[in-house]
Every structure is written in C-alpha cells, then in structure tokens.
Write a protein that binds this ligand. Structure first.
Ligand code: NAD
Length: 506
C-alpha cells in the first residue's frame, strides 16, 4: 500500500485553478483530521468570493476552446486519464483512508466505481449524437443537437471523496463543459490528486478546477452568474437549500440528498445469505454510505432468527484503523459525528427500542484517540422512534417487525427518504410485486446495495433527490447538455417565403 506522497503532513491544501496549485486568497481555514488517530493532518482553506471567482473565470476562459475540441479528442484524454487513475488507485485509496477513515479495500472499491464513470464518459461522443429528419416540410429538414452548458459546478459530501466527484465532472467535461469542483472540506486531498492526474492525461488548463470551503464557498458558487449548472450530493436539508437557491438564481440543478435505506426480508429468504449481505450493507464504511442499509424490515416470523444471525455476525466484526490488516470497519469521519451517532443510540434506548448489540464503548487498541464506534444493533424499532425517522449515517442497524409484505411496502413508501431499498426473497412473484409497488429510486432484489453501474443512472426519489435528473448514465449526459433543434431550408433566391400566418412548413 502506498503512503500518500503528494500531500505533506500539516501543509495547507492548495486550490487547483487554471491547471496549477494556487494558494487561497481567503485567510479562513479548517482542520483535516485522520479519523483513526484524531491527528490534524493538514489545513484546508475556506474559499471566499474572490477564490471562487478566480476558479470560475479560469473555467469560463477555457470553455470556448474545450467546447470546440473534437469530442473524440476529448474522449482520448479521458482514456489516458482512466489509465492514470488505475495506476494511482492505491495512492488515491490511501488518501481516502487517511482523511475519511474507511478501509483501504473499501476505498479501492470506491475509486473503481468512480473509474467506471470515466470509462462510461469515454463513449459520450456516441451519446451526444442528435437526430435528423428530412422533408419535415417541402424542402425542409430538421436536426437536433446537444450542446454543452458552459461552466458547471459540483459540491460533494465527505463519504466518497473520489467516487461522488467522479459521478459529475468526467461526464460534464466529456460533454464539452468546464467544471469547478468543491469537495467536502473534511476530505479535500483526493479531489486535488484527481485534478492533477487529469492534467497529466492532457486536460487543458482551466477545464477542471478545485476549490475548498464551507457554506461561504458554496453560497458563492450558487450565486455566481457565470455558473450554468450545479450538481450537489450531501444531506437532505442542504440539498433542498441548494435546489431552492439555484432555482432562484436561474441555474440548472440536481441535488442528491440523504437516505434511510430499508431491506425487507421475507420469511422465505435464505436468512444466512441475507444476514451476510446486510452486515456488509449496514456496517461497511461504518454505515457512512448513502446506500447503506439502516432499517431492516423483518416480515412474518423470520425476525427472531434473523436478529440472532445479525447479532452474531456484527459482534465478530474487526474494527480498527482503515490501514489495518483484515479490518472490516474503520472509524467515523469526525469526533462530532461519532458523538452524534452515539447520541442516537442513547435516544433509541430511551425511546424503548431493544438494544441487542451496543457499540458505544468500543475502543480500538492503540488508536484510543480515533473516532471509533462499535457495530450497534437494535430490535423492535418502531416507526415513530427517532432512530427510525432520522438518517443516522453510522454503524447502527435497526430491525422493524411487520406481519406482511404489503405492510412492509407501505412502511417504505411512507418514509420521507427514497434513495435505495432491497428485498430478500426466493419468490419471483413477491419480488415482482415489490419491484412494481415500491416507490424508491434504486431497488435491489437479493442485492443489498443496488448502486447502478455507470451506464445506468444513480439517484433517489422524494427527499433523496431535488431536481429532475439522476447522475451519470444517459441522465447525466442530458443534464450536462441542452437540446437545440434546427429547422433548415435552402430556398431558391426567388422563392423566399412571406406572410404572417403560423408557418406549417408543408
Ligand atoms: P453535507 O450536506 O453536510 O455536506 C455536503 C456538501 O455541502 C459539502 O461540500 C459541504 O461543504 C457543503 N455544506 C455543508 N453545510 C452547508 C451549508 N449549510 N450550506 C451550504 N453548503 C453546505 O453532507 P456530508 O455530511 O458531507 O455527507 C453525508 C450526507 O450526504 C448524508 O446525508 C448522505 O446520505 C448524503 N449522501 C447522499 C448521496 C446520494 O447519492 N444521495 C451520496 C453520498 C452522500
């Protein structure tokens, strides 16, 4: 495993503007910590309006030439980029583990999922093709084309420092846009390396820029008149704010929010298979995945057996630093987040849920200052409890018991979040009913984390997405382009049409 080489300890993370590292003009800054040790590993600047404007101006200046660059040439740069990310995946994963805390293997997997979007984006010249119809009127032809928007921006969360940014900028850039990325201030370094590698692959200066910061930087992006479209991924209240603010400023927006993902387990399911799948889906990445399962709905009489299988597996998880050998689950991202999640466990107990496994007192040997929490399991969770209603975003699984599949479907459909859902069953009929009646964006049938591959689109419904389009896949291409329809006639000079009536062309 490589040690991150390019970011020296305790240095201030630079911005990436116009193809080079630049210092921020803002003097506000925050700490980036290593969650496994609690140490401050570097500082991150909190950009002000001048910093954001510098990045946007670089992107704006680069746009005309990038837009005119033949799409195949753009795709070839992405092909080289793909190779470079692949060569550097170990280094990227190490940066992710250092700042986020997830295990190295898990971080590698997330780099791979991001890489797959780059692979998808290499084929975008094909997807940007328009349509053409001849003789829509006498001597009149019509064709449509998809044009890039201009400067696009991405604002991303802490939990996937490589993958979520890569849901956005490779697609936007392949479509001919230029981009300003603001990664989470908790995990700023991976995005910097990704930008540097893109330049190494041949990306012209200014096409991708990286800025850092908190609400001030975000507000500056949302209000900037030269930014045409904003892609956001993060928690639901901020996603709603981004959506409303962008609409006010006349910007195109897609804002993906938080989640409360259910797994419905039917009595006919293979319970060992389901329990194995749910342990990974609930506790992998310490539950800090937007597609993590956090509510398990045990249908009929399978509850007792399922809870015991979950308890025994969860109790055996190896918890420690993400750099450790055979570690299943790392720490939470910050001390504040660890305390917030532990507070939810207190609340679950106070509100009467049955605490089957308590992770609150877990200490990782040799890493006592790390932000660790053990795997926690509740049974008899009721829909009116805080631990059911809120997104916890930690290693806490709650089992809700219902009598029928219909009751399970109604419970999931009544939840304000609707990102992912899974059903475990051996019955094709039950699975088909579930697929058709469930009102959630991404559905897994015996698949606990149904994250679509890059050539499909990713996105939830209800409070998990504000906006009309999902990310990557065809929806991503549509999002980062706009349609133009051209109607053409080449008349003889002496046959120009005249008149004030509604043209019918025929
Ligand atoms: P967050 O909402 O706190 O932050 C996301 C981004 O918004 C960051 O870049 C942050 O700097 C910025 N931000 C934070 N507060 C802001 C404010 N008041 N005004 C403007 N911008 C602000 O989310 P997080 O804690 O980084 O990430 C975890 C959340 O993201 C969870 O809710 C998780 O479910 C969600 N998430 C969703 C998806 C999805 O695909 N739907 C994917 C990953 C994460």
């Amino acid at each position: 495993m490589n040690k991150p080489t390019d970011m020296k300890a305790a240095e201030t993370v630079p911005l990436w503007i116009d193809g080079r590292r630049q210092a921020a003009q803002s003097t506000r800054a925050g700490d980036v910590t290593n969650p496994a040790t609690g140490e401050i590993v570097r500082k991150v600047p909190f950009c002000n309006d001048a910093d954001i404007d510098a990045a946007v101006q670089a992107a704006k200046a680069a746009f005309p030439k990038w837009r005119k660059t033949p799409s195949l040439r753009r795709a070839r740069i992405l092909m080289r980029y793909r190779e470079l990310i692949n060569e550097h995946r170990d280094e990227l994963a190490s940066l992710i583990t250092e700042e986020h805390g997830k295990t190295h293997v898990d971080a590698l997997g997330s780099v791979q999922r991001g890489l797959e979007v780059v692979e998808f984006a290499m084929g975008i010249p094909h997807l940007m093709k328009g349509e053409h119809s001849e003789e829509v009127g006498t001597d009149v032809d019509t064709h449509s084309l998809r044009e890039p928007l201009g400067v696009c921006a991405g604002i991303t969360p802490f939990n996937f420092p490589a993958m979520v940014p890569m849901w956005m900028y490779p697609v936007a850039i392949a479509c001919g846009n230029t981009f300003v990325l603001k990664p989470s201030e908790k995990v700023p370094s991976t995005a910097m390396r990704l930008a540097e590698l893109f330049k190494e692959a041949g990306l012209p200066d200014g096409v991708l820029n990286v800025v850092h910061g908190d609400k001030q930087a975000v507000d500056s992006i949302l209000a900037h008149p030269d930014i045409r479209a904003v892609s956001f991924v993060g928690s639901t209240p901020i996603a709603k704010y981004i959506y409303e603010t962008c609409a006010k400023h006349g910007k195109r927006v897609q804002a993906l929010g938080g989640a409360k993902n259910h797994a419905v387990v039917l009595p006919d399911a293979d319970l060992d298979f389901a329990a194995d799948a749910l342990i990974g889906a609930g506790y992998g990445s310490a539950g800090e995945r937007c597609m993590a399962i956090s509510a398990i709905v045990a249908v009929g009489d399978c509850g007792d057996a399922l809870v015991e299988k979950l308890r025994s597996r969860a109790a055996d998880l190896k918890i420690g630093p993400g750099t450790g050998k055979d570690i299943d689950m790392g720490p939470l991202v910050t001390a504040a987040h660890r305390d917030k999640v532990a507070g939810y466990v207190d609340k679950g107990v106070a509100e009467g849920a049955k605490l089957v496994l308590d992770g609150r007192n877990y200490k990782a040997a040799g890493h006592e200052k790390g932000y660790f929490l053990g795997a926690t399991l509740f049974d008899d969770v009721k829909p009116d409890m805080t631990i059911y209603k809120d997104e916890i975003f930690g290693p806490v699984l709650g089992v809700v018991r219902v009598k029928t599949l219909d009751e399970a479907i109604a419970l999931v459909n009544a939840n304000p979040y609707a990102n992912g859902v899974a059903v475990f069953t051996r019955s094709g009929g039950a699975a088909r009913k579930f697929e058709r009646e469930i009102e959630v964006g991404m559905v897994g049938i015996n698949v606990p984390i149904p994250v679509p591959v890059a050539f499909f689109s990713f996105g939830g419904w209800r409070g998990s997405l504000f906006g009309d389009t999902h990310v990557h896949g065809m929806e991503g291409v549509r999002y980062y382009t706009r349609a133009k329809v051209v109607t053409t006639r080449w008349p003889d000079a002496d046959a120009l049409p005249t008149g004030f009536h509604m043209p019918t062309l025929g």
